[in-house]
Structure formats: structure tokens, C-alpha cells
Design a binder for this molecule. Sequence first.
Ligand code: ZN
Length: 64
Amino acid sequence: MNCPYCNAELEYHDYFGKLDNSMSGISHDGEIYKCPSEGTCESEQFNYFFYTFRDGDLKKGYPC
Ligand SMILES: [Zn+2]
């Protein structure tokens, strides 16, 4: 997975999900990545974060 702005390889940051009342725990909805090119990448406008949802599309910013 590469940064769509600077083409650097994104670093895995974390996964995200939301509380699921029907199961004990958190559903795993997607992955969070971060661009390593701090200071030089245009993804600075959303703090270098990207994420994927279940469909696998890379989205900009931090999921919340
Ligand atoms: Zn970048």
C-alpha cells in the first residue's frame, strides 16, 4: 500500500472497529496507515493518516 501523494510505502499504524453489542469485543472494520514522509508529503493536511474500510479502498484521514 503506497501513499497516493508521495508514493512512499505506508506504515501500518493500527486497526479500528466499533463496539459490537452482539459479540464480546470490537468488530474489525479496517486498517489505519500512516505516511512516513512527514514534512514533505501533502497528506500533512490530515496528519499523514490513511485508512481502509472493509471494501479495501484507501481513504484519507483518520477514521472516527
Ligand atoms: Zn505521503
